[in-house]
Write a new protein. Structure first.
Lengths: 259, 257
């Protein structure tokens, strides 16, 4: 037995990369979901817009967001490398296959599901992230009476020179917040039925991707014991396969049908 | 109740490792349903021999499910439609009169087709040679049970050691991955005291050899476990991953002088 190769060049090393980036993306989904649940709050988008500003301007969050972009790219690139190697491992395909006899459809089609998700992520970034940073997202002004809690919104068109995207001040018992109105951006975008349909389909793909992917990531890390595998599978199926995709899918449906 | 059936066989024929190969259709007549699948092929081959044609070449040896020689992907399933059987343990009663059966060799770059349905599985042997062994001292025979091994550990090592190296895991895997085989071979030694000396080098060497042979990468579909004739479990793959990552991260000892 001689000295072996560096870990990340091996088959197991590449799987480790898939597993760790995948699980990191799973934790992101939880945070992203909790934050975006504020879209359902009936406050004219006040809390969602404040949250959006915080998430785009708080340095630790920005650092994590770059890690996130890197994870998406690494996860996709390694998936591509592994797929190419896997295809090369079987140069002549079977004439007849019977995959459903021994495995689930989603476990065999993670690449297709992942491709749908990659297209979705690109669309989603264009719809909101790009518009918020560089696009046509409008401005809004909230005036809240601190004593009574009454809140009014206004178009905020006369943007002063000194304004940097967000301003909050209290004057005469009235709190004024001026910010970019991502909430309205969301509401307008989700009036397009094609976008709503695509978002709902993508959440279906997310569900099937994670029902296999979540427990698969733990298997790759070596976590497979009777004592806790049931918990991992349950979190994968009910948490990441049902609750998270359904709540995400409700957001475009909520704006399309109820707003 | 023994019935007779007539079957249509679509068999992969390939004269040698360099031949392109193609499917040839044969009729199998008057097949008894208590024959094994290999006996059915024997009858077809008798017929071909009598006609002066080249009989269908397929691997077989013990015909009782322990040698791991018989292979064949039958209607898209390694070792045929039943679970937990090798091809020699598959009976014709699993098929019905008039059925068309597609018979193909294991398909993997690391298992080149030698002739017809027989593939070269020496890649598995090279993986074994890379680390699937233990070093022992010469000398007197040690007492039986001199080393205490907990029952559960012994049982689990035995379960892993039941792997017959047939390659059905590779044949079933959509990625032609050999990880179930390699993980079983790593596990049977990693669990036992006798295997500790080479434990972490073994995990690395065998995985390296597996990669060098051109097997694919596991995507945890579970097809291998479902098709394994002796029921090797995917918990072995999880164990192999633990062994390998532990070896890489914590057990790569060096002499610091």
């Amino acid at each position: 037995m001689s000295k072996s190769k560096p870990v990340l060049t091996s088959s197991l090393g590449k799987k480790l990369v898939m597993s760790l980036t995948g699980l990191f993306l799973c934790t992101f989904l939880i945070v992203h979901l909790i934050g975006n649940l504020q879209l359902f709050s009936d406050d004219l988008g006040y809390s969602f817009n404040n949250y959006a500003y915080f998430m785009t301007h708080f340095t630790p969050i920005k650092v994590v967001s770059y890690l996130l972009y890197a994870s998406i790219i690494i996860h996709a690139v390694y998936a591509l490398i592994l797929t190419i190697k896997n295809k090369a491992a079987r140069p002549i395909e079977y004439n007849k296959t019977d995959g459903k006899a021994n495995s689930t459809w989603n476990s065999r089609n993670m690449g297709i599901l992942g491709t749908v998700l990659l297209v979705f992520i690109a669309t989603h970034m264009q719809n909101f992230w790009f518009q918020y940073k560089f696009g046509t997202t409008p401005y809004v002004e909230y005036r809240t009476d601190i004593a009574t809690g009454d809140r009014q919104t206004d178009q905020f068109d006369n943007v002063p020179e000194t304004y940097t995207g967000y301003r909050s001040f209290v004057d005469n018992g009235v709190e004024t917040v001026q910010s970019k109105d991502l909430y309205t951006q969301v509401a307008v975008t989700f009036k397009n039925p094609l976008i709503v349909l695509f978002y709902v389909i993508a959440m279906g793909a997310l569900s099937f991707h994670l029902i296999h992917g979540f427990q698969s990531a733990f298997q790759t890390l070596g976590f497979n014991h009777r004592r806790y595998i049931g918990v991992i599978r349950a979190i994968g199926v009910w948490g990441f396969g049902v609750i998270i995709p359904v709540l995400f899918a409700l957001m475009p449906l909520y704006f399309y049908f109820l707003k | 109740m023994s019935g007779q059936m007539n079957l249509t066989l679509k068999v992969w024929r390939q004269t040698n490792i360099n031949d392109k190969g193609q499917f040839v259709t044969y009729q199998a007549k008057d097949i008894a349903d208590d024959m094994s699948f290999l006996e059915m092929l024997d009858i077809v081959n008798d017929d071909l021999t009598r006609k002066g044609e080249d009989p269908i070449y397929f691997d077989h040896d013990c015909r009782e499910g322990i040698c791991g020689m018989c292979s064949l992907v039958i209607n898209g399933r390694p070792h045929g439609p039943e679970y937990g059987t090798t091809t020699c343990q598959l009976h014709m009663r699993s098929f019905h009169d008039g059925q068309t059966i597609v018979i193909e060799p294991w398909r993997a770059a690391a298992f080149p087709v030698l002739k017809d349905l027989a593939v070269d599985r020496t890649s598995f042997e090279r993986i074994q040679q890379a680390g699937g062994y233990v070093n022992v001292n010469t000398g007197g025979v040690p007492d039986a049970n001199a080393i205490a091994i907990p029952k559960r550990i012994a049982d689990e090592a035995f379960e892993s050691a039941t792997c017959i190296g047939c390659g059905a895991c590779v044949a079933a895997c959509k990625n032609a991955s050999a990880m179930l085989f390699v993980s079983a071979k790593i596990s049977q030694f990693a669990l036992l005291p006798q295997g500790q000396t080479e434990r972490y080098e073994r995990a690395q060497s065998m995985v390296d050899q597996m990669d060098a042979e051109g097997f694919g990468n596991c995507t945890n579909t579970g097809a291998c476990e479902a098709e394994c004739p002796v029921g090797i479990k995917m918990t072995n793959i999880a164990r192999m991953n633990r062994e390998y990552f532990t070896a890489k991260l914590f057990r790569e000892e060096d002499v610091h002088n």
